[in-house]
Design a binder for this molecule. Structure first.
Ligand code: MG
Length: 462
């Protein structure tokens, strides 16, 4: 080939490449994409794996959340990184196992501890990219002023500082706007509807700039309550009515995004903070076919509904069976927003963009996922295998022995197969030993090297 011909070829190649890049840019513009998408997290409280029709409930009707799943991705193996409220939220907003940020247990009113101001919350991370941020709903990372959402990256806060079942003598549960109590006791019947109008207002107000909305519903955590509009709707009593109200609310959020033309540029996540509170019986949810529920490291305690929606970006109707956790949202959102992750600390979550955007074959970036109860490492999962470590049941009455489960064939954790797969047990034990060094394990008296302190105030006030 002559030199002249080579040059032409190279020029043609460059033109083709630039042309392709330009047409991709045009395409992105057509699709209404910008570099910084909006983010919405809808976080239900104590909603079980089996409490939405798209996850198998035939008593609770959730057409809007089902449609969200049909238009996006439904995760079958989506985990909260904790089995109760406070640590679950700590994990979501820091991208870390709760024990790493030293918030492994539920906080009550007036607790002297809360989220550390040294943590970079997801809201603070997104603020580095100019996001407007709001936390609407339940916070539960400390009710003392230095711990409130407005001190941790949220421009706006409207909600309860902790669970709705935590009144104290002479101190009913308050509703807070920013840092002021505006109602006490909070009227719970209309709470989900009021959260929804606040959320819709926030989206409207920030339609022309990137925003992050964290809508953390107070319910279906007990005490359950709905307005007359939703009462008696479902076949599953008051619990079902409450979930159907959250379904309506989700529809309002999605409709608002669509009517403002923001749907093609907004990633919406729907999830639950932990499994259902089974001891509440008809006032609690269901995690079937998973074993047990809230407050345990059985699958029912931590595996929850998880749905991602972003029309035009996330392929429709995908069912993803890979392990994904709430801790992954932190690095994933950072990558999508072009925010730099803190480099001076460990972040446990992984960027799951390949799973979200349906690039095949995408597999979970977690070689192992860990199930902590407070500071006890009780189980580990790698692929289809889950190794439960010897520990005491929550009431302290029973010793649960070490067991291996194949979650692919035994989703209900019924049959220990450790004797058949000793090499799998050894492999998973190696992950356990690694984690015991890193974050510790009270079951074997290990303190862990890499925990960070939580926040602490010296004087508590109401
Ligand atoms: Mg909860």
């Amino acid at each position: 080939m002559s030199d002249a011909k080579k040059l032409v070829t190279r020029r043609q190649f460059l033109q083709a490449t630039i042309g392709a890049a330009a047409s991709m840019a045009v395409c992105d513009a057509c699709a209404g994409r910008q570099e910084t998408p909006n983010f919405v997290i809808i976080y239900a409280d104590d909603l079980g794996y089996n409490d939405l029709s798209c996850y198998g409930s035939d008593l609770i009707n959730t057409p809007r959340i089902d449609r969200m799943a049909a238009e996006g991705i439904k995760f079958t193996d989506f985990y909260s990184a904790a089995a109760v409220c406070t640590p679950s939220r700590a994990a979501l907003l820091t991208g870390c196992y709760p024990i790493r940020v030293n918030l492994p247990s539920v906080l009550g009113p007036f607790s002297p501890i809360g989220i550390s101001d040294r943590e970079v919350t997801l809201a603070e991370l997104l603020k580095t990219r100019g996001y407007a941020t709001a936390c609407i709903g339940k916070w539960h990372l400390g009710d003392q002023k230095p711990f409130l959402p407005t001190r941790h990256g949220f421009d706006y806060y409207f909600g309860l500082p902790y669970s709705n079942d935590m009144p104290r003598p002479n101190w009913p549960v308050p509703l807070i706007r920013n840092e002021q109590i505006i109602e006490q006791p909070v009227v719970q019947e209309t709470l989900t509807e009021r959260y929804t109008s606040e959320a819709v207002r926030f989206i409207n107000r920030n339609r022309n700039r990137p925003f992050f909305l964290y809508l953390a519903h107070t319910m279906p955590h007990v005490p359950l309550s709905v307005s007359e509009k939703f009462a008696g709707r479902s076949k599953r009593g008051l619990y079902g009515d409450v979930v159907e109200c959250i379904d309506w609310s989700t529809g309002e959020i999605l409709d608002t995004l669509t009517s403002l033309g923001l749907d093609k540029n907004t990633l919406v996540i729907f999830a639950s903070d932990n499994g259902p509170w089974l001891s509440m019986r008809e006032n609690g949810g269901s995690a079937l076919p998973l074993r047990d529920g809230k407050g345990t490291t059985w699958e029912g305690g931590m595996r929850v509904p998880g749905i991602a929606w972003w029309p035009g970006r996330i392929p429709k109707g995908v069912v993803c069976r890979e392990v994904v956790s709430t801790i992954d949202l932190y690095p994933t959102f950072a990558a999508l927003a072009g925010a730099r992750l803190p480099t001076d600390r460990i972040i446990d979550g992984k960027d799951v963009r390949p799973l979200l955007f349906g690039n095949r074959p995408a597999i979970s970036p977690h070689k192992a996922f860990f199930y902590y109860w407070k500071d006890e490492l009780q189980a580990v999962r790698s692929g289809k295998w889950k190794l439960v470590l010897e520990h005491k049941s929550r009431d302290g009455k029973k010793v649960i022995p070490q067991q291996l489960f194949n979650l692919e064939t035994d989703i209900g954790e019924t049959t220990d197969v450790s004797a058949q797969y000793p090499s799998v047990v050894r492999r998973l034990m190696a992950y356990v030993e690694e984690m015991r060094e890193d974050l510790g394990d009270a079951l074997v008296g290990k303190p862990g090297k890499n925990r960070r302190p939580c926040g602490r105030v010296s004087v508590q006030s109401q």
